[in-house]
Write a protein that binds this ligand. Structure first.
Ligand code: PLP
Length: 406
């Protein structure tokens, strides 16, 4: 194992963890147990969209902590209803199902699509089309939906009924509807797959095909949602109205919560007993979700994401020109950006950590940058100067450093 990656005896080895133990977080920064401060441009993988421990959410959750933590979904939960109301008001969807994670939100969408086909439309169609390089989760159904063999390897047989097509490929659209298809599930920016934005015209054509053939258009907004791309949901920038969207990551500002939202026609497929969750939308999680959405609105964070993103992208483009031996492309939207590198992205991630900046990779060659929506120009500038230093020394040292196993 490379020297910088550690593992603990008593934990299953599902993660290769960086040798960094975090003790505290506030806004865009985290502190390790030795008191070192890091600029966190991972947002806990697109989760702490308001930065760490945001006061507005903390206060509301603290109050709820003293009132009621858990309440079964057999009773009315006003916090859950209020969060659902806000999500409905701010989207084109009509009803919400709450759960605890992204995989569960997609699992709910998959079940809804099948039940919609079988019970509402009285059809036998059950196939869901998804795309290569997609990521939809780690449960058996969602890893079967995922278009990456490395996620599926060793877990065969997969859940039946998923068909993977090439992403952003116009010709493949002819294969979407085949009589057995009931829905399409896609990310509008493939996050884990390498920060790959879907082409607008391709998505619009896909939406028309769904409309013509009565297929549910389901958008996985687990990474792109909750303001990450500069609109509350990424679909708003594509001129489409999905039938279903799924949310998780940023929805609770780090408090675990997931949601599946659907238009009335599709939502009708679920009735009492169709689906459920013990913890889903409990008073604490729903309170965190509501406070998160209210804070995004109160501080006009969508506007500041749009402005800061323009600035950050422009500056990254300048770095790309300067370091054209290392940087191939800058892509993404809002605060979900990818720097495509010629060499291993993880090298940049390790170098950045040494310089007290946390970023991520996505696949072999993409440095993934996920600042909190609340970041400012000063933080962006300090991030950029670290990136500049790293690429500068990498280009100076040339190929050798890239090849070194660090
Ligand atoms: C993270 C992610 C998931 C899975 O979410 P979990 O909460 O880890 O289950 C699904 N889809 C997308 C697009 C994601 O980014």
């Amino acid at each position: 194992m490379p020297e910088q990656l550690t593992t603990t005896q008593s934990l299953m080895a599902t993660y290769q963890r960086f040798p960094l133990e975090l003790a505290k977080g506030k806004e865009s920064f985290v502190w390790d147990t030795d008191g070192n401060r890091y600029l966190d441009y991972t947002s806990g993988i697109a989760t702490c969209n308001l930065g760490h421990v945001p006061d507005e959410v903390k206060e509301k959750v603290e109050h709820q902590l003293s009132q009621l933590w858990h309440c079964s979904n057999l009773y009315q939960i006003p916090q859950q209803e209020q969060l659902a109301d806000i999500l409905i008001q701010k989207s084109c969807l009509d009803q919400v199902f709450f759960c605890n994670s992204g995989a569960e939100a997609n699992e709910a969408a998959i079940k809804l699509a099948r039940k919609y086909s079988q019970k509402i439309k009285q059809q036998k169609a059950f196939e869901i089309v998804t795309f290569n390089q997609s990521f939809h989760g780690r449960s058996m159904a969602t890893l079967s939906a995922t278009g990456q063999e490395k996620i599926q390897d060793g877990f065969y047989p997969l859940v039946d009924g998923f068909r993977h097509l090439p992403f952003n490929n116009f010709e493949a659209l002819n294969e979407v509807s085949n009589g057995r298809t009931c829905a399409v599930l896609l990310e509008l920016i493939q996050g884990e797959g390498g920060v790959i934005p879907a082409d607008i015209e391709w998505v619009q054509e896909l939406a028309r095909i769904c409309q013509r053939n009565g297929l549910l258009l389901m958008v996985d907004e687990i990474q792109t949602g909750i303001g990450r791309t500069g609109t509350l949901f990424a679909y708003e920038q594509y001129g489409i109205e999905p039938d279903v969207i799924t949310l998780a990551k940023g929805l609770g500002s780090g408090f675990p919560i997931g949601a599946m939202l659907a238009k009335t026609d599709a939502a009708k497929a679920f009735d009492p007993g169709s689906h459920g969750s013990t913890f889903g939308g409990n008073p604490l999680a729903a309170t965190a979700g509501k406070a998160t959405l209210e804070t995004i609105q109160r501080y006009h964070l969508l506007e500041s994401v749009q402005e800061n993103s323009k600035y950050l992208k422009r500056k990254l483009d300048i770095l790309k020109t300067k370091f054209h031996h290392s940087i191939v492309e800058i892509r993404g939207k809002g605060m979900l950006l990818g720097v495509v590198t010629k060499q291993d992205a993880i090298t940049v991630v390790h170098e950045a950590r040494k310089k007290k900046v946390l970023i991520l990779s996505a696949g072999q060659n993409v440095v993934r940058i996920l600042p909190p929506l609340t970041t400012d120009r000063a933080e962006i500038d300090s991030f950029l100067s670290v990136m500049e230093e790293i690429f500068d020394s990498l280009e100076k040292e040339g190929e050798d450093l890239w090849k070194k196993d660090i």
